[in-house]
Structures are given as structure tokens and as C-alpha cells.
Design a protein around this ligand. Structure first.
Ligand code: UD1
Length: 356
């Protein structure tokens, strides 16, 4: 079996890691294609190094651009890649423009497509990621769902016959890295003179948060008011948009900081008093680490984190401040994201898909 994984953005490198390891363990031929959507070393190379992912066989070097230009360049370039490698499966991850481009390129060439993290829905049609995931699910031949909720969404759209519940591959990585960093002082704490439980960690990068200057200013003003230092891990989009809008990142308790390598992020997140984010992955990582999370969005794909009390959706302003400073919720033993062995189920499903 020849599997060709297409990745391009930071969260996809995390999801790729357990798949690459499991493929290697089983002797499955696995080719990695990097679209180049994320090209900063801190958003890309460090993930390959820290998570011991083999270097991509192909790098498309597409880089930034409007959605149409970025997606279109990937689509065009992938034609030749598929001609050269002739895989049995193209495996696509999550909901980025790289996901959609690879799914389209493959179906046009009649190469079977498997979508990892299928069935997630925000039902917010303003989000580019929502279109990417819906279109990818409907194009794909095999839908690898992380949760029962995702399976239910796929069934509601008539896609149940192609769906398999595999669990969440990010959980595989998180649990492994959590155990690796346990007991050590997170480098961020020493560098910033922070105490365990005495700071918040924040990330804000989605277009809905960054591209409207009034909303961006309101989010940053709320973060700056919290009752402990807030380390703001600044994505390039946040840095660019705040600079364009003339909004300062450094004020109040806010401490802007470059993005962290994955093991350092996990260590810093596990010791934080709370996390404030608009990221999908970090909401779930916060839950798995049992760090209270506040999500600056009106909806989430990871509803289990909210239902179990570990994540609160809040709008900027007093609501966000109160949510971030709320007391710790009651502990839970729930495992809605699986047991950390999702990658093995992904490889099993590729070897014997339900429609075969
Ligand atoms: C993308 C994904 C999003 C995912 C996120 C993780 C889409 C539509 N969105 O959003 O689902 O959660 O990645 O980070 O695919 N930039 C750099 N250096 C880089 C990459 C980007 O400076 O290495 C800047 C560019 O100015 C670019 C902006 O960041 O315009 C946004 O990058 P883009 O790839 O469009 O999407 P993200 O916001 O990162």
C-alpha cells in the first residue's frame, strides 16, 4: 500500500507525526508532500524535527496568497506529484486550503482520498475552514472521524457508509509528548520568570479574530486586563494584522512571544492557569492537559470540551475576562477523543476501508 500525505500548515504537521510513525512501523510506503502554505521555520521545520517526522519528499513552495491563488497553485502543482508517485491513497488532514487542494487534485485523477479529521462542523459558513472541511468530506472516499459527534454529522449528510470512527490523532501525539515533558520546568517559565499556575497562555490567529481591527483591538484589550501575565504566542497573521491596524501587542499584562515548538507549547500549556485561544487544536490540547480553556469564538467544532465544562466560548469584553478568570471546573475522566491509538486505526482503515 502506497500512502501519500499532503500537509502544509502547522496543525497538520502535528497530525502527520503519529501517521508517519505508524506507517514506518508497519512498513507501509508513505510519501510526504509539503505544500509550503506555512513556510516560517517556527511554523514548519521545528515540528518535523521535534516530532521526528521524515523530511517531505516533495515541497511545493506555494507560500502565502489569497485563498483562490494559494489553493489554485497547490491544485496545479499536485497534478504532477500524483502522476509521478501514483499512490493507492491520498491522505489529507483537517481543514486548511492544503486539505481542499489535495482532495480536489486526487479526485480529479481518480486517486482514492482519505480525510483525516472528517465530520467536524462549526456550522459557521463565514469560516474558510468550514467550506474546506465540508467540500473535502463530500469529495473523499474514506472519512476518518475523530469523535462520535463527527460521525453523527457525517451520517446527517448521507456520508455514513464511507465513515469510520478512528479517534483523534492529535491525542496520540499530545499524550506522548505530555509524558516526555512531565516533571521538567517548561523553558518558557524560566525565560519569562513565571510560576506554575501563575500565568495565562493565549493564541489568536483566525481571520475572524484578526482581520477586523475593531474585534482584534477588543480581544487584545480583554487579554491585557487579566489578573496574571498573559503570554501571547503571536502567529504571523496576528503580528501582520495588528501592525497594519496600528494596534500594540505589548500592553497591560500582555507579553507577546514568538510561537513555541510543540514540546514547549505542551509543557507551557500544562502549567498555565488558563488558556485563551481561537485555535481548534489548542482547545482540545487544553482539555487533555486539564487546563481550563476560554475560546474567543461563537462556536466550536470540539463541543465535548464545552459540554464537560473545560472550555467556555466568550466574546471579547467583560464576558471574556470573567470566563478566563473562572475557577477550575470539576475533574473528569471522560475520553471523548480516544485512547491515543488513533493512528493505528487510520492505517487499519486504509488497509481495509468500509466500502472495499
Ligand atoms: C491556516 C489555516 C487554519 C489553521 C492555521 C494554523 C486555512 C484557510 N487556514 O491559517 O485552518 O488553523 O493555518 O496556523 O488554510 N504567514 C507567514 N508565515 C508562514 C505562514 C503564514 O508569515 O509561515 C502569514 C502570511 O502573511 C499569511 C498569513 O500568515 O497571509 C496567514 O497564513 P495562511 O496560510 O493564509 O493561513 P493561517 O492564518 O495560518
Amino acid at each position: 500500500m502506497k500512502v501519500l500525505s499532503v500537509v502544509g500548515a502547522r496543525p497538520q504537521f502535528v497530525k502527520l507525526a503519529p501517521i508517519a510513525h505508524e506507517a514506518a512501523r508497519r512498513g507501509v510506503e508513505h510519501t510526504i508532500v509539503h505544500t509550503g502554505q506555512h513556510y516560517d521555520p517556527m511554523l514548519s521545520d521545528v515540528f518535523f524535527e521535534d516530532l521526528q517526522i521524515p523530511a517531505p519528499a516533495v515541497h511545493l513552495g506555494v507560500g502565502s496568497g489569497s485563498h483562490g491563488r494559494q489553493t489554485g497553485q497547490m491544485l496545479a502543482a499536485l497534478d504532477d506529484v500524483l502522476d509521478t508517485h501514483v499512490p493507492d491513497w491520498v491522505l489529507v488532514y483537517g481543514d486548511t486550503n492544503s486539505t481542499l487542494a489535495a482532495a480536489l487534485a486526487a479526485v480529479k485523477q481518480h486517486v482514492p482520498v482519505a480525510h483525516l479529521e472528517a465530520g467536524l462542523r462549526s456550522f459557521n459558513r463565514r469560516m474558510p475552514e468550514e467550506h474546506n472541511r465540508v467540500l473535502t468530506d463530500h469529495a473523499a472516499d474514506l472519512l476518518l472521524a475523530p469523535t462520535q459527534g463527527a460521525m453523527d454529522h457525517l451520517a446527517a449528510e448521507g456520508l455514513a457508509p464511507r465513515a469510520v470512527l478512528v479517534g483523534d490523532v492529535m491525542t496520540d501525539v499530545l499524550l506522548r509528548v505530555r509524558d516526555q515533558v512531565a516533571g521538567a520546568v517548561p523553558p518558557l517559565l524560566a525565560e519569562q520568570s513565571l510560576e506554575p499556575g501563575g500565568y495565562y497562555l493565549a493564541t489568536i490567529h483566525r481571520a475572524e479574530s484578526t482581520d477586523d481591527p475593531a474585534r482584534l483591538a477588543a480581544i487584545l484589550a480583554s487579554l491585557a486586563e487579566l489578573d496574571a501575565p498573559v503570554v501571547l504566542l503571536a502567529h504571523p497573521r496576528l503580528v501582520a494584522r495588528s501592525r497594519d491596524a496600528g494596534i500594540a501587542l505589548e500592553r497591560g499584562v500582555l507579553r507577546p512571544h514568538t510561537s513555541l515548538p510543540y514540546p514547549e507549547l505542551v509543557a507551557a500549556a500544562s502549567q498555565a492557569r488558563g488558556i485563551v485561544t481561537d485555535s481548534g487544536g489548542l482547545q482540545k490540547e487544553a482539555f487533555l492537559l486539564r487546563t481550563p480553556c476560554t475560546t474567543v469564538r461563537t462556536e466550536t467544532e470540539w463541543v465535548e470540551t464545552v459540554e464537560l465544562g473545560w472550555n467556555v466560548l466568550a466574546e471579547p469584553g467583560p464576558e471574556l475576562v470573567a470566563a478566563a478568570q473562572r475557577p477550575r471546573p470539576a475533574d473528569t475522566e471522560a475520553t471523548p477523543y480516544g485512547d491515543g491509538a488513533a493512528a493505528a486505526r487510520v492505517l487499519d482503515a486504509l488497509a481495509a476501508p468500509p466500502t472495499a
